[in-house]
Design a protein around this ligand. Structure first.
Ligand code: KG4
Ligand code: ZN
Length: 365
C-alpha cells in the first residue's frame, strides 16, 4: 500500500555538503520541504580542483549542522521522519564515507530506517520529483564529472546508451576557461564570454560524429582550443578580448552540436520503446548553459517530445534528489541496514560495457 513518507536526504559525494527534507503524499505528490546546500568552493579554490581529503573533512564537520538546518527549515522533528536516505556512491570515497557514517549513526541512535542511494540515480530520478515524469524517459546527464544518456525504465532500472569516453563537458568548459584566462567554475564564464564572439571564426572539430552510436569525446576539442589559442598568442603576442570571445563561442558551439546530434540518436533508440509520453530530461551543471538548453529545446520541439529541464538548483548536486531517490526505494519496500557500505564506483547500468573515461573527475555527476 502506498503511504505518506517523509525522508531526510544526505549528500556528500563531492564538494557540496547537502541535506534536504522531501515528503510524498499518495495522489497528491512530492514536496521539497527544505534543501540546504553548503558548497566548499573557497576551500579548494587555491588548489585548482577538489582536494578529496579537505572535502571529506569539511563534510564531516558540516553534515550535522546541514541536517539540523534542513529539519528546522522544514519544520520537521526527527520523530517525523520515515527514513534517512544517503548517497552511498559513486563519488570521492572520503566524502561518501562521511555521509554514510553520519546517516548510519543517526539511524542507529533513532531507529529510523536507512536507505542507501546511488548519486547518479538521484540525478536521473529528479524529473519525477519536479515534473512527474513517467517511465520510460530519456535522461542526458551533463556535468563536471559525468556525461551519459540513460533510459530510465524504473526507479532501479537504467539503460545507458552511451557517454563520454574521456572528459565530461563541464570539465572541458572549465579547462577552456583556464586556457583563455577566465576564472573557475569555467562554464558560466565561457558562456558569458561567448556572447560577444563569433562561433565560426575557428573551425573546431565535432568529435565522434562520424562514429555510430551515442558515445562522445571532448578531450580532442579542448586540445583544438589550446592550439588555436597558441596560434593567436604567437601571432599578436597575446590574446585579445576578441580572440577570447571567438574561442569561447566556437568551443561552445562545438559542444552543443555534439550533444544535440548524439541526443538525436539516443532519442531514436528511446522512441523505439514506444513511450506513451516521450520525455527528454537533462541534469547536471552544463544543463544550465543557455545555448545548449535552447538547442535541445528546439530539437525536442521538432520531434514532438516533451523537454524537462529541472530548475538549476536541482540539476546540480543537492540532497532533495537523494531524499527522493530514497523515497522511491522505500515506496517499493526497500531499505538498508547498518552493513551499507560506501562505493567509490557504482555504475547505474551494470549490463552495458564500462566507458573508458566517463569524466576524469569521476566523482561528480
Ligand atoms: O553538476 P555540477 O554542479 O557539478 C558536478 O559536476 O557534479 O556541474 C558543474 C559543472 C562545472 O564544470 C561547470 O563549469 C559546469 O557544470 N557549468 C556550465 C555552466 N554552468 C555550470 N557549463 C557550461 N555552461 C554553463 N552555463
Ligand atoms: Zn552530481
Amino acid at each position: 500500500m502506498d503511504k505518506s513518507l517523509t525522508l531526510l536526504g544526505i549528500e556528500s559525494s563531492c564538494d557540496d555538503t547537502a541535506a534536504a527534507i522531501v515528503s510524498y503524499v499518495p495522489k497528491v505528490g512530492a514536496e521539497i520541504r527544505s534543501s540546504v546546500v553548503v558548497g566548499q568552493a573557497d576551500l579548494h579554490a587555491r588548489f585548482g580542483g577538489v582536494v578529496p581529503e579537505i572535502a571529506a573533512r569539511a563534510h564531516a564537520e558540516k553534515l550535522d549542522s546541514c541536517a539540523k538546518m534542513a529539519l528546522s527549515e522544514a519544520g520537521v522533528a526527527l520523530a517525523g521522519l520515515d527514513g534517512i536516505a544517503v548517497t552511498a556512491g559513486p563519488g570521492l570515497i572520503g566524502g561518501v564515507l562521511s555521509g554514510v557514517m553520519f546517516a548510519k549513526g543517526l539511524s542507529a541512535a533513532t531507529g529510523i530506517p536507512l536507505v542507501g542511494v546511488n548519486h547518479l540515480a538521484g540525478h536521473a530520478l529528479t524529473p519525477r520529483l519536479t515534473d512527474d515524469a513517467v517511465f520510460p524517459y530519456l535522461m542526458l546527464l551533463v556535468s563536471g564529472g559525468h556525461c551519459q544518456f540513460l533510459i530510465v525504465e524504473g526507479f532501479d532500472k537504467f539503460r545507458r546508451l552511451g557517454g563520454t569516453i574521456d572528459d565530461a563537458p563541464g570539465e572541458a568548459f572549465d579547462k577552456v576557461a583556464r586556457l583563455v584566462g577566465l576564472p573557475q567554475p569555467g562554464g558560466p564564464q565561457v558562456e558569458i564570454t561567448a556572447q560577444d564572439g563569433s562561433k565560426d571564426r575557428f573551425k573546431f572539430p565535432r568529435p565522434l560524429l562520424d562514429r555510430e552510436g551515442c558515445d562522445m569525446s571532448f578531450s580532442g576539442l579542448k586540445t583544438a582550443v589550446l592550439r588555436a589559442r597558441d596560434k593567436c598568442v604567437s601571432e599578436h603576442n597575446g590574446l585579445t578580448q576578441k580572440d577570447r570571445c571567438d574561442l569561447c563561442a566556437g568551443f561552445q558551439a562545438a559542444v552543443s552540436d555534439v550533444l544535440v546530434e548524439k541526443t538525436r540518436r539516443a532519442l531514436v533508440t528511446y522512441l523505439g520503446l514506444d513511450p506513451k509520453v516521450p520525455v527528454l530530461a537533462v541534469a547536471g551543471g552544463v544543463a544550465a548553459n543557455g545555448v545548449i538548453r535552447d538547442a535541445l529545446t528546439s530539437l525536442c520541439k521538432d520531434l514532438g517530445i516533451r523537454f524537462v529541464a529541472p530548475p538549476l538548483s536541482l540539476c546540480t548536486d543537492n540532497a532533495a534528489m537523494i531524499a527522493w531517490a530514497g523515497l522511491e526505494r522505500m515506496r517499493a519496500g526497500q531499505q538498508d541496514d547498518l552493513s551499507l557500505s560506501a562505493r567509490p564506483r557504482w555504475p547505474l547500468d551494470t549490463t552495458s560495457p564500462t566507458l573508458l573515461g566517463s569524466g576524469k573527475k569521476g566523482a561528480k555527476a
